[in-house]
Design a protein around this ligand. Structure first.
Ligand SMILES: [Zn+2]
Length: 1002
């Protein structure tokens, strides 16, 4: 049966070679393998390599004429010659360091390739790139770099010059992979692809090599790749039935979230990708992943990010359809588009391309393995749908060579299409850059954005400016004071001009998101508004005249004005919630500092509760730090008459779970950046007890999962321990932490020790999933964890209302602030929450809703003042019309497009959901609600999405729960969400700084 399929395929492929591909200069060989000539004669194939390709392929349908052979070269080493095995060999994985060595060898062996490093990882490994084109192009790469730079900036390039370049220069296509470490095939395949692009002399490959510049970065997450390979070979040696070691850490900070750093750009890999992108400005960035059945070429279900030029949307579709069409034409099943991912949030790494008017796209491929396996997908994956005319099969034998063949073929078709249409893509690119500039010059605006330099959080504002500049946005400062519209611009205020090509980034980051819940379920966050997350005023300007005002380009890192004003022995630094204030405290850990417990007057101004008071201000020591950090100190003669307490820096224990190390690193990122020391240890060590003797504060960031799963940890299956440590066989493991056995979690013993720690005066800080542990085990009083039916609040920015401004946790903050919340936990404190009445759900799925964005959500307005923000909800008309109402209006026509779109929905009506945790615990003291959601749903949503917000009305966002002599500080919001929520970091820092004075103001 397979044989007959193979024969029919061979005949079909011959027909394709004869008709679709350029006419070869030499006749095809009898075998049809690697047949076409270069003009100098038929290129020989590497028989040994080609035989192995055939041997390892698990199903004859998963191949094309492009990858069923490898051409021979006398000068360039094949992966087989270099590594001793072909790409797609079952049971083997290649370390990044060896992949890099191979790429380096390719660069040395051929004038058609150049290899260089593009930066270091956190653990000190290299990230690399290999450029491939014809030898003349490689010899003149900088010329092409200059051409593309010219096409990137219509302010400097004339239309005539652009037209000339569109006809003569070469576009660039950047292939990346290996960002998600368990998705192992991309880095392997790219080695063979690189060899093929350099060596092969078919017209197909020549067309690619002669017309475009291909960049390849085979491994983005280099640290994680080495751990993955270690882990694979470690597990391979275990006896059958023994528990397998999971891949614990990838990079130093995060795991799968490493491609959700596109906006924040904290991780070294993102910074290196961003720098490379800004230098070369490739028109396409194509990231290779593995997760779905066979091969998905990205378009997404929508909604698409609204700042992306409409041209890009058509480019996504054109490219994806080429992949689907060419592979479908060759009888390769299971290549599809649309039904996965949306295209909405810009936090993906490849949005580095979209913010710069280029194209970001990705594949998801059936896993490499690397062991052979069988795939039996469910009917929802194998049904024939419009977006997968030749769907995956109910059963197939799969293996690493299948993975290599399918994704290498698809990439080659993409590259060929890009080369065939290079002028089209260059012209589109030019038009997108031009339109971006015109939008800010003569279009609808905004014409600029003003970031007041002296706003209350001026150090964080400077930070924001530095980050935006690093990502490619041009920033100016006002030369003098002027008024534009109702806005008073002061000298030195930052101005982001709207008439620059990368204003796309500004549009994307500074806009307010409105994600209708009638859309398919979102793939990730729905709201990200930069200035809300950072709590930094960024003010759009609707008057074109601002562009003519005197301003100076910022050319270096900016600092907020800082230092010490006045004279006197006492130094006061206001609590602005600037994150550098934490750095100031930790930089001078040995200096005694105190905090005011109420607002007070001094030095002719009002200071807020929480202001730092340094009784014997050592000016010579402290002033340079304040200047460096952009913080203002005021020297006065005497200590102000206000109640205060010491800012004792605690001994911090930082707990992670062996169960999952995905999110906790974002909290570490904040602590490391602001100089907060901690002892890092695993949940299983909580069992050892004696915690209060060792720590004053324990931070246990979100893990994900239920309270019970936190206590249980990794299940103890099998009778062998599961070690995670550096050994000769696993040299890359055990960097962040290690253990002889990672199973078992904290257990009830650990939970008891944690409880004893708090009772004895310690402060436990929990956020997200770890917040639920104490209520679930009834260890806190009066706090319940609810699951409101129908609540839909996926990765969204909601209004935070401070209900107890006397608590040290709220020091420095305004009465309200934007907060990031992601669906759960929903915390209710006895007596504070209203009765929950469920919402209307999301409508029936009887008819397809093809215009989900026709009905928009009501967004509650948020106003930044230039120096302060109270964020008072506007009592506008229509208030009281619940957010849910907008969604309900769409109901009845709201289908749920997309495949596997889980989440949100669940129409249920009246109150419901699981409620656990008693109203009174074993300790009688009452929890103190510091922040909560608004009472009225119409006031909740600032950016993103929300449906059935009634379930959040008056629910707690931040609780200080006293137990014995200590406290549990519980965040239902996520103060340290990725590297994006700098505006709420100080809620966490306050908990640390005031850990033993949390009862102040009670
Ligand atoms: Zn992935």
């Amino acid at each position: 049966m397979a044989g007959s399929i193979q024969r029919r395929r061979a005949a079909f492929v011959h027909a394709l070679v004869a008709t679709a591909v350029f006419v070869a200069a030499a006749p095809a060989s009898a075998s049809g393998q690697g047949a076409a000539g270069s003009g100098a004669g038929v290129q020989q194939i590497d028989e040994a390599y080609t035989a192995k390709i055939k041997e390892y392929l698990q199903d004859p349908r998963i191949t094309t004429e492009l990858v069923d052979h490898l051409p021979l070269s006398s000068t360039v080493p094949t992966p087989l010659k270099f590594h001793g095995r072909i790409v797609g060999t079952p049971g083997e994985l290649t370390y990044a360091k060896d992949i890099h060595r191979y790429f380096e060898a390719l660069g040395k062996a051929s004038p058609r390739a150049r290899y260089w490093t593009i930066g270091k990882t956190e653990e000190g490994r290299d990230m690399v790139v290999l450029a491939i084109a014809d030898s003349a192009t490689i010899a003149n790469l900088d010329t092409f770099k200059g051409d593309i730079a010219a096409l990137s900036d219509p302010r400097k390039t004339s239309e005539a010059e652009a037209r000339r370049l569109i006809g003569t220069t070469k576009p660039m296509y950047w292939l990346t992979s290996g960002i998600h470490s368990p998705e192992t095939g991309g880095p392997e395949m790219l080695q063979e692809l690189a060899y093929r692009l350099i060596v092969e002399e078919t017209p197909f490959i020549q067309q690619i090599r002669n017309n475009i510049i291909t960049f390849i970065t085979p491994v983005i997450e280099v640290d994680g790749r080495e751990k993955q390979v270690d882990t694979y070979y470690y597990n391979k040696k275990l006896p059958v039935g023994a528990a397998r070691l999971p891949l614990m850490y990838w990079g130093k900070y995060v795991a799968h979230d490493n491609n959700r750093d596109g906006m924040g750009q904290f991780l070294s890999l993102t910074k290196n990708v961003n720098d490379f992108f800004l230098e070369w400005k490739p028109q396409v960035m194509h990231d290779l992943h593995e997760s779905v059945t066979y091969l998905y070429s990205s378009t997404g279900t929508g909604p698409y990010n609204e700042a992306i030029d409409p041209i890009t949307v058509t480019e996504w579709w054109m490219m994806a359809q080429v992949d689907v069409q060419e592979l479908t034409k060759r009888g390769v099943p299971g290549v599809w588009t649309y039904g996965f991912y949306d295209g909405w949030t810009p936090n993906y790494m490849f949005f580095v391309a979209h913010t710069k008017n280029a194209i970001g796209r990705f594949y998801e491929v059936q896993s490499y393995g690397p062991d052979n396996y069988e795939v039996r997908p469910p009917a929802t994956t194998t049904s024939r749908e419009w977006f997968r005319p030749n769907p995956p099969l109910p059963y197939i034998k799969w293996g690493p060579r299948n993975n290599t063949n399918i994704q290498q073929s698809a990439v080659l078709f993409s590259l060929k299409h890009f080369a065939d249409n290079k002028s089209l893509y260059l012209e589109n690119y030019w038009i997108k850059n031009k339109r971006a500039v015109e939008k800010g010059k003569t279009g609808t605006g905004p014409f600029a954005w003003v970031i007041p330099a002296m706003q209350r959080r001026k150090a964080d504002a400077a930070d924001a400016v530095n980050e935006l500049r690093k990502q490619g946005l041009e920033v100016h400062t006002a030369n003098s004071a002027f008024t534009v519209g109702s806005l008073d611009v002061k000298p030195g205020d930052y101005i982001v001009r709207g008439d620059q090509p990368y204003r796309t980034l500004a549009d994307m980051y500074f806009s307010v998101q409105n994600y209708s819940p009638s859309n398919p379920s979102p793939y990730d966050d729905t709201g990200w508004t930069f200035q809300y997350m950072r709590n930094v005023a960024v003010l759009p300007v609707g008057e074109q005249s601002i562009l003519d005002r005197g301003m100076t380009a910022v050319t270096a890192k900016v600092h907020a004005a800082g230092g010490i004003a006045g004279t006197g022995a006492v130094l006061i630094v206001d609590h602005t919630t600037d994150n550098n204030l934490m750095k100031f405290r930790t930089t001078h850990a040995s200096v005694r500092m105190q905090a005011a417990e109420a607002d007070f007057e001094a030095a002719g101004r009002t200071f807020r509760a929480g202001a730092f008071i340094v009784p014997v201000g050592d000016r010579a020591k402290l002033e340079p730090t304040l200047r460096e950090l952009g913080l203002s100190g005021y020297a006065v003669a005497a200590i102000p008459s206000v109640k205060m307490h010491d800012l004792d820096l605690p001994r911090i224990g930082y707990v992670h779970a062996w169960q999952r190390t995905q999110d906790e690193g974002w909290v570490r990122a904040a602590l490391d950046t602001y100089g907060v020391p901690y002892t890092y240890f695993a949940d299983i060590k909580l069992r050892e007890g004696n915690l209060r003797a060792k720590y004053d504060v324990i931070i246990y960031p979100s893990v994900g999962g239920s309270a019970q799963s936190h206590v249980a940890g990794l299940i103890k299956s099998g009778d062998m321990p599961l070690p995670y440590k550096k050994t000769a066989a696993t040299p890359n493991l055990g960097v962040n932490d290690s253990a002889d056995d990672i199973r078992g979690g904290m257990g009830i013993e650990g939970l008891t020790e944690l409880y004893k720690f708090v009772q004895a005066g310690g402060t436990l800080i929990v956020e997200g999933s770890t917040t639920t542990i104490f209520p679930a085990y009834n260890l806190t009083s009066g706090i319940t964890v609810e699951s409101p039916a129908g609540l839909f609040a996926r990765g969204t920015i909601l209004r935070g209302v401070v209900t107890d401004r006397t608590s040290p946790l709220a020091y420095g903050f305004d009465a309200q602030m934007p907060v990031y919340f992601n669906q759960d936990p929903v915390l209710s404190v006895a007596g504070s929450a209203g009765l929950f009445a469920g919402g209307g759900g999301r409508g029936s799925a009887l008819s397809q809703n093809i215009t989900p964005n026709a009905v928009r959500l009501r967004i509650s307005p948020w106003t930044f003042g230039a120096s302060d923000s109270t964020g008072t909800p506007m009592p506008a008309a229509g208030r009281g019309a619940a957010v849910g109402a907008a969604a309900a209006a769409g109901a009845g026509q709201s289908g749920r497009g997309g495949v596997g779109g889980a989440g949100a929905a669940g129409g249920a009506g009246a109150a419901g959901g699981t409620v656990f945790g008693g109203a009174t615990g074993i300790d009688g003291s009452r929890p103190r609600v510091i922040m909560q959601f608004p009472a009225n749903t119409a006031d909740m949503l600032l950016s993103g999405t929300l449906a059935n917000g009634e379930g959040l009305a008056n629910r707690a966002q931040l609780i200080d729960a006293p137990i014995g002599k200590g406290h549990v500080v519980m965040f239902a919001i996520r103060p340290f969400w990725r590297w994006q929520t700098q505006g709420t970091y100080f809620l966490g820092f306050n908990a640390i700084l005031h850990w033993n004075d949390l009862d102040a103001g009670k």
